[in-house]
Design a protein around this ligand. Structure first.
Ligand code: SF4
Length: 602
């Protein structure tokens, strides 16, 4: 048995970028036990440490990069969650998750997370090698892509084993939907995480660790981990979703969602893409696939690297998944596989969230089609549906913030407000965050998730209470959301008992999830969200029926949406306007939020 108190403490690096002060702090045990790690703990820190009303892009705003208690312990437990105030919404929580190897490496260096605060007077990157932690000059890296930055830092540090998170030119130029990339084709993409780094003058965080991860009861961990591995290995072949991920990766689901009539097409006007046979199904596997890649130790290996073998982008290495291609390909009516997967790679290299970028591009294309944006407005770019060359021209302008690109770089909500002429009705967002790849008219459950999710439209939020609880647990344990679907939660409880020394039972699963989700809702209210007014969908979803595919004729009627939302509010312990009830907050130990909620309801 290890030292109980030692296991309960998290070692967090607190980096003051303004003053170049680096400290190691410990978080209160109560917070760690009640909020677990990753997304849950990040929400608790955001409430406590980021001042009410803080502008997300000013030095006073903080970011929390957190691993989970099982990071570096279990296969595929390799994710991290970055929590911050969202620059896309300006008044909600933002969080973003990414897998690969960076999280375990931070643990091997001896840290559970990083708090970023302040703003560096000049571009810097953070270097962590076990006990050596320093801010280094990044002036020579400014302007390089996420991929180039990762390579240059490894060369500079003379160690290819460093794991590097980096922003690209988009983050530097404060594009509102900039991402943070790692290890090529992996990114913490949503909500403008890279924009926050750009505002702080932080180009990258490179980490290298050589220590083992300490555990409370090593033999117990080995046994529980064995159970998890057995289940995952069996699910590689026995679970249909597991097999699909192992064999094809998740971009294969483009076709299935299209068949169901809920895949984005032409800026969410349609849920069916006629060109799907050119970009979906087995075509990638048959023509481009080269090899599989995994997050640390994961036996599923869902990343499918390939090489474009035809067309103008031939020779480029690519790695598509559903989220990085749905809005760019079917969303913009691109029916050429090589173009779709290369554009997704281009977004990754420049440090852009492919989901938001595809959404905004579809919006601009519809504005052009309807004459709201003229050729002159678009700086001469013929932005027709499916025109790859025009799309790349537009994207270069977005990254550089030139002309129309500067307007679109602000996100679809702000861009539509700047353009006017009725374009606001074509902006498909909730709370200022762009819709992902599902069309709510063709899938009402997705629509409800979009509206009620605390970070803006998110198809990972979960449509039922059970699903939402599972999701927030996965993001707080920082395990992959695919693994979460294949594993019995009791295994995670066994792992927490043996890894952390916690006396924890499965009965805490729902209670802990509810606490974390209610806190995020309370935080949003504190920062200015009015649930009844802001948990809404764009008018198109309620009034414009799809015209093609299985769901032709469908809308998500406003009355049905309101009834679904009301049912969810009640199930989640909120009143009919979506505000958490005081007695519910008390029940889940959220007393510290009550003064804010009372003030809001008075
Ligand atoms: S299923 Fe894919 S994303 Fe999840 S841990 Fe495994 S390799 Fe990573």
């Amino acid at each position: 048995m290890g030292d109980y108190m030692k296991q309960l403490s998290l070692r967090i690096l607190e980096i003051d970028l303004s003053e170049n002060i680096i400290e190691v702090i410990e978080l209160p045990h109560k917070w760690v036990r009640e909020y677990i790690g990753g997304r849950g703990l990040g929400t608790r820190l955001l409430w406590e440490r980021t001042k009410q009303g803080a502008n997300p892009l000013t030095p006073e705003a903080e970011m929390y990069i957190l691993t989970g208690p099982l990071t570096g312990v279990i296969p595929g437990g390799a994710h991290i969650c970055l929590t911050f105030k969202s620059p896309l919404t300006g008044n909600t929580i933002g969080f973003s998750v990414t897998g690969a190897q960076w999280g375990p490496e931070l643990k091997y260096a001896g840290y559970d997370g990083i708090i970023l605060k302040g703003k560096s007077p000049k571009p810097v990157y953070l270097m962590i090698k076990d006990d050596v932690v320093e801010l280094r000059d990044a002036g020579h890296l400014w302007g390089t892509t996420t991929w180039q930055t990762q390579q240059l830092i490894k060369e500079e540090l003379k160690d290819s084993q460093f794991k590097v998170l980096a922003i690209g030119p988009a983050g530097e130029n404060l594009v509102s939907f900039a991402s943070i990339g790692q290890e090529q084709f992996r990114a913490a993409a949503r909500c403008g995480s890279g924009t926050v780094w750009g505002s702080k003058g932080l180009k990258a965080v490179a980490v290298r660790g050589t220590n083992p991860v300490s555990t409370f009861d090593l033999p117990g961990v080995i046994k529980a981990r064995g159970e998890l591995e057995k289940l995952m290995l069996s699910n590689r072949t026995n679970h249909p979703r597991g097999y699909e991920l192992v064999r094809y990766g998740n971009s294969i689901s483009l076709t299935a969602h299209n068949d169901e009539g809920r895949l984005v097409n032409k800026n969410y006007r349609e849920g069916y893409f006629e060109g799907i046979s050119e970009v979906g199904g087995l075509k990638y596997d048959l023509r481009y696939f080269a090899k599989s890649r995994s997050c640390s130790g994961c036996p599923l290996g869902c990343m499918k690297l390939g090489i474009v073998r035809d067309g103008i982008f031939a020779g480029n290495v690519v790695c598509p998944d559903f989220d990085s291609t749905a809005n760019i390909g079917p969303g913009c009516n691109i029916s050429d596989l090589g173009s779709m997967v290369y554009l997704s790679r281009w977004a990754d290299e420049q440090g852009l969230d492919a989901t938001s970028l595809g959404n905004i591009t579809g919006f601009a294309m519809e504005c052009y089609e309807k004459g709201i944006l003229s050729l002159e407005d678009l700086d001469g770019i013929k932005l027709e549906w499916g025109n790859t060359t025009a799309i790349l021209e537009l994207w270069r302008k977005i990254v550089k913030r030139e002309g129309i690109g500067d307007i679109l770089a602000k996100g679809v909500k702000c861009a539509s407000q700047a353009i006017g002429k009725g374009s606001e009705k074509l902006a498909m967002h909730c709370k200022g965050v762009e819709f992902p790849g599902f069309v709510p008219q063709g899938g009402h459950k997705k629509g409800l998730q979009y509206a009620i999710s605390d970070r803006g439209p998110c198809h990972h939020y979960g449509s039922t209470i059970d699903e939402q609880n599972q999701r927030v647990w996965a993001d707080s344990l920082t395990v992959c959301s695919w693994q979460r679907r294949l594993v019995d939660p009791q295994i995670y409880m066994d792992l927490l008992q043996t890894t952390m020394g916690w006396d924890i039972e499965l009965s805490e699963w729902d209670i802990t999830a509810e606490r974390m989700l209610l806190l995020a809702r309370a935080y949003n209210i504190r920062e200015g969200i009015i649930p009844e007014k802001d948990d809404v969908l764009p008018e198109r979803v309620h009034t414009e029926p799809l015209t093609t595919g299985k769901k032709a004729g469908s809308v998500y009627p406003l009355e049905k949406f309101k009834a679904d939302r009301l049912r969810w509010y009640k199930e989640r312990g909120c009143d009919e306007t979506g505000v958490p009830k005081i007695e519910h907050l008390e029940e889940f130990g959220l007393d510290f939020t009550i003064p804010v909620i009372k003030k809001f309801t008075q």
